[in-house]
Design a protein around this ligand. Structure first.
Ligand SMILES: *Cc1c(COP(=O)(O)O)cnc(C)c1O
Ligand SMILES: [Zn+2]
Length: 425
């Protein structure tokens, strides 16, 4: 623990690990805290396996780069998170004319999204601190991640979600046994209420970016990507952006790897938003460092954020890696999610498909090249937005159990396709 402290991303003030809980008081919304690591004492310059990397099939293989007490292992084994597959999506790559396109499949985390990494670390810290109740605002996935981790460890869990949270996400929350506060209003409203309520009742607050462990937990996804590529940085990593905390978390992991001497350069971070929820893109476009809250109304509920909670650091991260922020037309998101699923076998919630939708524009504007090695971070499972999946899918017709009935069914669907002509016909 003596290897760690906090540094404010705005005013550079430093704090001891246990001396501050959430944010620095230097600005009205609170300067976001970033973990400061003593890389020398952690073994910088030596191979990962010789220093911090542990042989465990979860995000906790990197726990020595996280400020957790080693003896406190219950939450780590209660619901293992991370060590998700990274693989080449060759069919998708070919369709888009890209030589080396990889998917980091974060939907395979236990509650179905990348948010599990943040909640796992927050819950481990909550247990270490002796907290009994954890609360969070969320558009749905952070809440599910927290609710799942709390179900596995026995902590009490309250989640604040917007009134228009998809039904399948609400069902998931209820199933884990969380107390669900469905707030009249949007995600930004839920954030305000959850902060006030956590202060009022003294709950441990997991809120994205406000709790500094959220980005630090997510950094394990970046470390895994590098390890899975043999400690060679990809050229670019693409990620959907709402609050900007996933982007910041990935940046944190890449920065750690660079500082430890495991890679030679940072990948470019490319953040993608819907043009119907583009607060961060607009700040980027203006060339500014400050985000002006906007209206957010995208079908991609996980990135429907008007007042990004990690905007300042996200803009810094994109700038520092020579990356870019871009948008996709709102109307393209759902069709792209369906197309992506049919090219990969990966069922995507709408937010997770914006990166794919952005690839043609990124190519056209020369932010990426066809021969580059790129990773798209697949952030959330399609079953979380069942309404959207169902709305775009034809309802299967019931077929009588005879070959004659099947023959006319197949003729209707596949007419003259050679694969569907009977052997004797
Ligand atoms: C949370 C989330 C995002 C966006 O992450 P931010 O940290 O809010 O930028 C993208 N996709 C999915 C599926 C998410 O759950
Ligand atoms: Zn500060």
């Amino acid at each position: 623990m003596e290897h760690f402290g906090w540094v404010c991303s705005r005013c550079s003030a430093t704090f001891g690990l246990a001396d501050i809980r959430y944010t620095c008081g230097c600005c009205p919304h609170g300067g976001r805290l970033t973990l400061a690591l003593d890389y020398q004492r952690l073994g910088a310059g030596h191979a990962p396996g010789d220093t911090v990397l542990l042989d465990e099939p979860s995000m906790w293989r990197y726990r020595r780069l996280l400020p957790v007490t080693e003896s406190l292992s219950t939450s780590w084994v209660a619901l293992p998170v991370g060590w998700t597959p990274l693989y080449r999506a060759d069919k998708l790559g070919k369709q888009l004319g890209l030589a080396e396109l990889f998917i980091k499949n974060e939907a395979l985390n236990p509650t179905g999204s990348l948010k599990d990494r943040a909640s796992a670390l927050v819950v481990a810290k909550a247990m270490e601190l002796g907290e009994r109740t954890v609360a969070t605002a969320s558009s749905g996935n952070a809440a599910a991640a927290l609710a799942g981790l709390c179900a596995a460890t026995g902590l009490r869990c309250l989640v604040f979600v917007p009134e228009r949270t998809p039904a399948s996400k609400l069902a998931q929350l209820a199933a884990y046994g969380a107390t669900v506060v469905r707030v009249r209003g949007d995600y930004d409203t839920a954030v305000e209420l959850s902060l006030a309520a956590s202060a009022e009742w003294g709950w441990y607050c997991r809120n994205t970016a406000v709790n500094p462990y959220t980005a630090e937990g997510k950094k394990t996804a970046a470390l895994e990507i590098l390890e899975q590529l043999g400690w060679k940085s990809p050229d670019a990593v693409l990620v959907p952006v709402g609050d900007g905390n996933i982007l910041v978390g990935l940046y944190r992991g890449f920065v750690d790897a660079l500082a430890m001497g495991w890679i030679n350069q940072l990948p470019r971070l490319i953040g993608v938003q819907s043009d119907a929820a583009a607060a961060l893109y607009e700040a980027w476009h203006r060339g500014g460092t400050e985000v002006v809250p906007t209206r957010a109304a995208t079908v991609a509920d996980s990135i429907s954020v008007g007042n990004p909670q990690d905007g300042y650091r996200a803009l810094q991260a994109v700038r520092d890696t020579n990356g870019v922020l871009t948008t996709v037309p709102e109307s393209e998101i759902v069709p792209t999610a369906r197309w992506f699923t049919q090219q990969t076998g990966v069922l995507a919630e709408p937010a997770s498909a914006v990166t794919v939708a952005a690839l043609p524009r990124l190519l056209r504007e020369r932010h990426i090249r066809r021969d580059e090695r790129m990773v798209i971070v697949h952030t959330g499972h399609g079953l979380k937005t069942l309404d959207v999946v169902m709305a775009g899918s034809p309802r299967a017709r019931v077929v009588e159990p005879t070959l004659d009935a099947l023959r006319s069914f197949i003729t209707d669907h596949h007419g003259g396709e050679p694969a569907f002509v009977p052997a004797n016909g």
